[in-house]
Structure formats: C-alpha cells, structure tokens
Design a protein around this ligand. Structure first.
Ligand code: ADP
Ligand code: MG
Length: 287
C-alpha cells in the first residue's frame, strides 16, 4: 500500500499505519483535503444584539494549497478558521471537507493557535504522541519521534514544555498537530507571540515542512509580508462585517528563501495588498 513513492491524491481518509513509521512513509501518507465555504455567514449575540462577524463568504481551497487569510484585527479571520476547522457551524451557508458536509471537529483537520496550548504535565514527546495514541495509530512514540525529528527538536523529547522557548514550544505544537497526519492544517496567527527573528525562522521551517508533507494549509495572519512569503494565494478580508475583499495568486517561485522579500515582484504584491489593508484597518479604528 505504501510502495509507491508518488504522492497519493486526496480522498480525505486517514490511512492506518501498516507497520513501524518512517519519514518516507509519513511523506506518502499525508494528503491534502479540499475545503469549501459556500456563502457562509456567522452571527454572534453580543450585549443583547446580533453581530454579523462574517457575511456571505465563499472560498474554495484546493488539496495541498497554502492559503493565507489576511486582514486587520476583528475582521472575522478566527471566526472563519473555526468554521473551517469544524469548531463552529455557520449560521448561513455550508462548509465542505472533500466535498462532503463538514459538521464538526475531525482528526482530518489539525489546528494550531497563537498560544501553544501544550499539556504542561506531559513531556514534549508525550505531547506529540498524545494524538496518535488517542487515534490508536501504531507506535505513537515512534510517530512522535519522527515528527520531532522533522521540526528539529529530537534533543528535547524528554523535556517539559515550560522549559522551552516560545519558538520551540510552537514547533512542538506543529509536530503535535502533524503527528495525527491531518490532511488539512489551520493555523491562527501561530507566530504572533514570537520575536521577529524567531518568527522569520519559523516561517522558513513551516514552508519546509509543508513542502515535505503537503497538507492543505489555511494560515491566518495580519502580517502582509508573512502572508505573501508563505502562501500560494493571499485572501484579503474586508471588515465590518468580515467578507473577502480581494485575492492575490502569489507567483513567487518555490522553494522560497527570505531573500525573495527584497525582490520587485514581492514589493509589488506588498504595495497592492497594503492599500486594501490600510483602508480596512481604518474602518475598525474609526468606525
Ligand atoms: P479576527 O480573528 O479577524 O481578529 P474574530 O473572528 O475574532 O476576528 O472576530 C470577528 C468579529 O466577531 C469581531 O467583531 C468580534 O468582536 C466578534 N466576535 C468574535 N467572537 C465572538 C463571540 N464569541 N461573541 C461575540 N462576538 C464575537
Ligand atoms: Mg483572531
């Protein structure tokens, strides 16, 4: 079943391990799911009033695609991510995973938040092995070691999370999310709490991992450079209420090096996107 080295097409199913895991096997098993928002609206009740957080959003993310959702604070990015992850049902419209109704959280969708949310009472290895163990994947510790190896943290497998730097903790969180081999990964401002240097390193690291495993990736950020550097497509949100304002296909070659941020092509994307973001941010600032 795992003999072929060519990437398998998405069916959205989790394939159980047939034997001890190896890097090659993980690479073959990981497949991207398609995600679809179809005229989605979400309404919150706040202080006795209805607040429309996002209105009539339609978005299709192809298997293995890297999409950045970009917009100022309060434009509904986290709300949309929660809908895509199955944490919240839309009040109107539909959300589909691999073409089927997506009705709740599933191991197919991994989620990483800005706060690392590691279990403080478990070692690093215990944290990463937790998901595989719950899903009864064979050799959870071996799977966890493989993922820690991929994020370059094998040497701290037996450490407690609280003894690690923020960047290291977020790498553990990435390893933990990937250990259950989700076919889609949602990341909500995952590097927002890190210093600029660590953040740059984490972006490069994430691209390496994504190129290797190719899950479908939806990455929420308010940082324009981060969105352009990482994504195949940047979806810029409008605000009050949240909606999609513009989309940019990012035609920068891969693999990408941080030096690409100095190129004229990159700066052109930044200029175009910054104009939209600024006017949207002003709407929130002076409503
Ligand atoms: P972003 O992630 O882009 O900062 P959010 O998706 O968190 O934006 O929020 C979008 C809008 O919905 C904001 O106006 C926010 O105040 C509102 N909102 C989000 N979550 C809730 C909630 N649980 N109850 C009420 N209002 C909410
Ligand atoms: Mg948010």
């Amino acid at each position: 079943m795992f003999a072929s080295s060519k990437r398998l097409q998405s069916t959205g199913e989790i394939t159980p391990f047939a034997g001890p895991p190896s890097r090659e096997r993980l690479t073959v098993v990981q497949r991207g799911s398609s995600l679809e928002l179809d005229h989605v609206s979400v309404v919150f009740r706040r202080a006795g009033e209805d607040v429309t957080a996002v209105r009539d959003v339609s978005l299709t993310v192809a298997p293995g695609e890297f999409v950045a959702l970009l917009g100022p604070s309060g434009c509904g990015k986290s709300t949309l991510l929660n809908v895509l992850a199955g944490f919240r049902r839309p009040d109107m419209g539909a959300v589909r995973l691999n073409g089927k109704p997506h009705l709740g959280p599933t191991p197919l969708c991994g989620v990483i938040f800005q706060k690392y949310a590691l279990f403080p009472w478990m070692t690093v290895l215990g944290n990463v092995a937790f998901g595989p163990r719950r899903l009864r994947i064979a050799n959870p510790k071996a799977v966890a070691r493989d993922m820690l190896d991929m994020v370059g943290l094998s040497s701290v497998a037996n450490a407690w999370p609280s003894t690690l730097s923020g960047g290291m903790q977020q790498r553990v969180a990435i390893a933990r999310a990937l250990a259950t081999r989700p076919s889609a990964l949602m990341m909500d401002e995952p590097f927002g709490a890190l210093d600029a240097q660590t953040r740059g390193l984490m972006q490069a690291e994430l691209l390496k991992i994504w190129m290797q495993l190719r899950p479908t990736l939806v990455f929420v950020t308010h940082d324009i450079d981060e969105a352009i550097f990482l994504a195949d497509r940047v979806v810029v949100m409008r605000t009050l209420p949240g909606a999609i304002g513009a989309e940019f296909e990012i035609a920068l070659p891969r693999p990408r090096d941080p030096a690409v941020m100095e190129t004229a092509q990159f700066l052109n994307y930044r200029r175009a996107i910054a104009g939209i973001i600024r006017s949207e941010a002003l709407k929130v600032f002076c409503p």
